[in-house]
Design a protein around this ligand. Structure first.
Ligand SMILES: Cc1cc2nc3c(=O)[nH]c(=O)nc-3n(C[C@H](O)[C@H](O)[C@H](O)COP(=O)(O)OP(=O)(O)OC[C@H]3O[C@@H](n4cnc5c(N)ncnc54)[C@H](O)[C@@H]3O)c2cc1C
Ligand SMILES: *[C@@H]1O[C@H](CO)[C@@H](O)[C@H](O)[C@H]1NC(C)=O
Ligand SMILES: *[C@@H]1O[C@H](CO)[C@@H](O)[C@H](O)[C@H]1NC(C)=O
Ligand SMILES: *[C@@H]1O[C@H](CO)[C@@H](O)[C@H](O)[C@H]1NC(C)=O
Ligand SMILES: *[C@@H]1O[C@H](CO)[C@@H](O)[C@H](O)[C@H]1NC(C)=O
Ligand SMILES: *[C@@H]1O[C@H](CO)[C@@H](O)[C@H](O)[C@H]1NC(C)=O
Ligand SMILES: *[C@@H]1O[C@H](CO)[C@@H](O)[C@H](O)[C@H]1NC(C)=O
Length: 661
């Protein structure tokens, strides 16, 4: 780090260059030059790496190194401090010194210290032209936006529910609530005078294709005190992959999948796959199928596997059999808050290796890849059904008796490696739609499956409920998933959810179990949707310890609950949202103190304990040591409670400035 403070550097850049912005110039060795591809070369070099068991991907070989930085100093940039690594002894004291005191907030667009257009231009050139100035996905529908395009707008409206439309956009998020809903295409299409504003969308994104670009982005955000966002698919339900006035690192294009026939680590020897940070669930499943193996992922095809999914723990159809997906990660490559690229595994950076598996995304760095175990091909059997209660002649009372008979058996089914995924939606007064989406068991034949559920069906029959399930049996995972899982559209708006994990201890005595079931019944009767999973997340013997929420380890029932509101009715919005947090989540906490952070309530009180369990204390220590100055921040992430987004009231809408509390 040079002798000048960063503030000085930014001020000088601003002052010296303000009158030169139009000409897009930089000062190099006291000579004024145009800032273009010839004068500013991308700051990266291909590094030689020793042959290791797990090779670096093509994207990971291209790195920002000290020699690249030295070169920039010598030949090119006078304000290289903006892109340099953090000092080795980085801590709160020396960070504050560089800013002449602790900055209360992250620097926001319009602030005196916000980088000038020219600095952004230089940053763009250093990344090899990877910088994207944000144009919200919906802008094409706004006559006032400057990019209005009727045909593109119509295509967007026609495909709004399609995941790909959003995952292929650098900044689109699927839960628009936290974005501020400032540029919805529907609004633009309906009102020619409506304006599209950024809301919580970042100011800029870097479309990363190599490690050097990630390093430059982290260094720049840290050195210029800019809010940093990590954005992969935009699936996050809590507003964690968006943020106003930020620089966003868009990892979607890191698509490499390397199949490794045999990997040996301290605790494992066998086949594995190294997954780039942008790999999505369906891509993983397709490749695993092609290789004749089974991989662990979630149910939704477009979620990012080594992005938010594994970072948060990752549950899926094989959780009861193998435990959480994060338990089976062998190695992680990651760029840290100080800009350095490291590998974390059972032998090196072991604290990080522990924390990155379950400790949540956007907290300890930007993961560039994770190497995961893959398992043998296996058979699956199961069933699906859809019950509309009035069509089955089920009174509300009988419906809940049916449900209680099912819930009572959850420990038994989980012990047999069940994945029972179903949804219950209120469809009218005392009427429900219950869809089994499916219920399946790995390594089980259909004959065994039918024998397993026969007592339940008999009990239902005695209650007058005669269900004819659609049964299935497959000899591999991919076909099971492709044929029996819903491949639904994204629900973008007007809905918020929270979740609870109910431990096995609830089933140990009837009074407790009945209390839980009655509380759930009341919440559903009050209008809560219920997305429920009968499964367990026990850690398998021989897997290394991880930061997976300890509440997963004892659970037999994972329940996501939530509700929608009438668009435009503010009082309905308030009533419904407070009911989710203050009534349903609170009511059920007594039986399930934990929730799943990846599918949790952003207003969860005491989120540290709920989303991370007894791992929280150690996670917080690691966070403070790896990221002492909170370069990384996201709502409900480890250590996030010392910051707050300004201007939002009860719910943390991400449209304001990020400041220390
Ligand atoms: C329809 C749907 C179905 C789902 N089904 C399941 C399921 O079956 N099982 C399950 O466990 N979860 C499921 N989830 C939840 C899912 O795991 C989380 O939403 C997850 O965080 C998504 O990760 P992403 O990278 O795709 O999304 P993003 O929104 O892009 O990112 C999510 C979070 O991870 C961070 N992040 C992303 N990439 C990186 C990276 N490379 N380095 C560091 N931080 C990063 C982001 O900053 C953000 O905080 C589902 C979600 C949806 C919307
Ligand atoms: C970039 O700027 C240099 C120095 O001002 C100039 O000589 C060169 O022609 C420019 N190159 C491009 C591609 O514009
Ligand atoms: C340093 O700069 C020189 C001249 O531009 C270039 O040839 C060399 O590859 C650079 N080295 C690194 C490590 O970037
Ligand atoms: C930070 O590091 C410096 C040495 O570089 C040391 O003097 C100072 O006490 C440290 N501050 C904290 C808060 O650890
Ligand atoms: C998904 O969205 C598309 C386009 O937005 C629509 O045509 C289709 O009917 C939707 N499918 C489901 C299952 O809702
Ligand atoms: C719990 O309730 C079930 C169903 O009502 C009953 O069969 C069982 O005997 C009860 N168990 C105990 C320990 O009371
Ligand atoms: C708005 O919502 C509130 C609370 O749910 C409700 O009482 C009221 O009738 C609604 N108003 C309109 C105009 O629908």
């Amino acid at each position: 780090m040079g002798v000048r403070s960063l503030t000085t550097s930014l001020l000088l850049a601003g002052a010296t260059l303000s009158h030169l912005v139009a000409a897009q110039t930089i000062v190099v060795e006291d000579t004024v030059l145009a800032a273009n591809e010839t004068t500013v070369a991308p700051a990266a070099e291909p590094v030689d790496v020793p042959e290791t068991e797990i090779p670096l991907s093509e994207a990971e070989v291209v790195q920002l190194t000290d020699s690249v930085i030295a070169n920039l100093t010598e030949f090119q940039l006078s304000s290289v401090e903006l892109f340099d690594f953090a000092p080795a002894d980085e801590n709160a004291t020396n960070f504050e010194k560089r800013f002449f005191g602790q900055p209360k907030c992250k620097t926001f667009p319009g602030d005196f210290l916000w980088p000038s257009k020219l600095v952004w231009k230089v940053f763009d050139l250093l990344t090899g032209g990877a910088l994207i100035e944000t144009v919200p996905i919906g802008a094409v529908c706004f006559k006032t936006s400057g990019v209005y395009n009727a045909a593109k707008c119509q295509t967007l409206l026609d495909n709004w529910g399609n995941h790909e439309v959003h995952t292929n956009d650098p900044t689109s998020v699927m839960t628009v609530l936290y974005q501020g809903e400032t540029c919805k295409p529907q609004t633009g299409a309906a009102d020619p005078s409506a304006r599209c504003t950024l809301g919580s969308f970042p100011s800029y994104s870097v479309e990363v294709r190599n490690v050097a670009q990630i390093q430059l982005a982290i260094n720049f955000a840290r050195n210029a005190n800019i809010r940093l966002v990590v954005h992969n698919t935009g699936h996050d339900f809590l507003g964690k992959s968006t943020g106003a006035g930020s620089l966003s690192i868009w990892t979607h294009k890191l698509k490499s999948i390397q199949y490794l026939k045999s990997v040996r680590t301290k605790s494992y020897s066998g086949p594995a796959m190294k997954l780039g940070a942008g790999v999505q669930v369906h891509e993983l499943y397709e490749e695993a199928d092609r290789r004749g193996v089974t991989a662990l992922g979630g149910e939704c095809d477009s979620v990012g596997v080594s992005g938010g999914y594994l970072a948060g723990g990752g549950h899926g159809p094989l959780s009861s059999k193998y435990g959480m997906a994060a338990d089976h990660v062998l190695s992680i490559d990651v760029v840290l808050p100080n800009g350095r690229f490291v590998t974390a595994d059972e032998n090196q950076n072991t604290d990080l290796f522990w924390a990155l598996r379950g400790g949540g995304g956007a907290t300890f760095g930007v993961v560039t890849s994770m190497t995961v175990k893959v398992f043998p091909k296996m058979k699956f059997a199961g069933a699906k059904w859809e019950v509309v209660t009035p069509a089955y002649g089920l009174s509300e009372d009988t419906f809940f008796k049916v449900m209680f008979a099912y819930w009572r058996r959850f420990p038994e089914y989980a012990a047999k490696n069940t994945y029972g995924y179903s949804t219950v939606f209120p469809i009218g007064p005392q009427q429900y739609l219950w869809a089994m989406q499916p219920w399946l068991v790995p390594d089980m034949t259909l004959v065994q499956f039918k024998a397993m559920i026969a007592p339940l069906l008999a009990e239902w029959q005695a209650l007058g409920f005669n269900i004819q399930p659609t049964y299935f049996e497959y000899d591999n995972f991919y076909a099971t998933w492709r044929d029996t899982f819903p491949h639904s559209n994204v629900t973008m708006e007007g809905l918020r959810t929270g979740s609870r994990l109910f431990p096995a201890s609830n089933w140990e005595n009837n009074a407790t179990l009945n209390g839980l079931m009655e509380a759930m019944k009341t919440s559903v009767q009050m209008g809560s949707a219920l997305i429920q999973y009968n499964m367990k997340g026990t850690q398998q013997a021989g897997t290394p310890a991880s930061a997976v929420n300890t509440h997963w380890r004892t659970a037999n029932w994972f329940a996501i609950m939530g509700a929608g509101w009438t668009p435009g009715n503010q009082s309905d919005f308030d009533v419904v949202n407070r009911r989710i947090t203050n009534d349903w989540m609170e009511r059920l906490k007594q039986w399930g103190p934990g929730g799943y952070g990846n599918e949790g309530d952003v207003m969860e009180s005491n989120f540290g304990e709920a989303f991370f369990g007894s791992n929280y204390k150690r996670l917080l220590q690691i966070k403070r040591s790896v990221d002492p100055n909170d370069v990384f921040w996201a709502p409900t992430a480890v250590g996030s409670d010392r910051w707050k987004v300004e201007g939002s009231s009860w719910l943390p809408i991400q449209t304001g400035r990020l400041c220390r509390v």
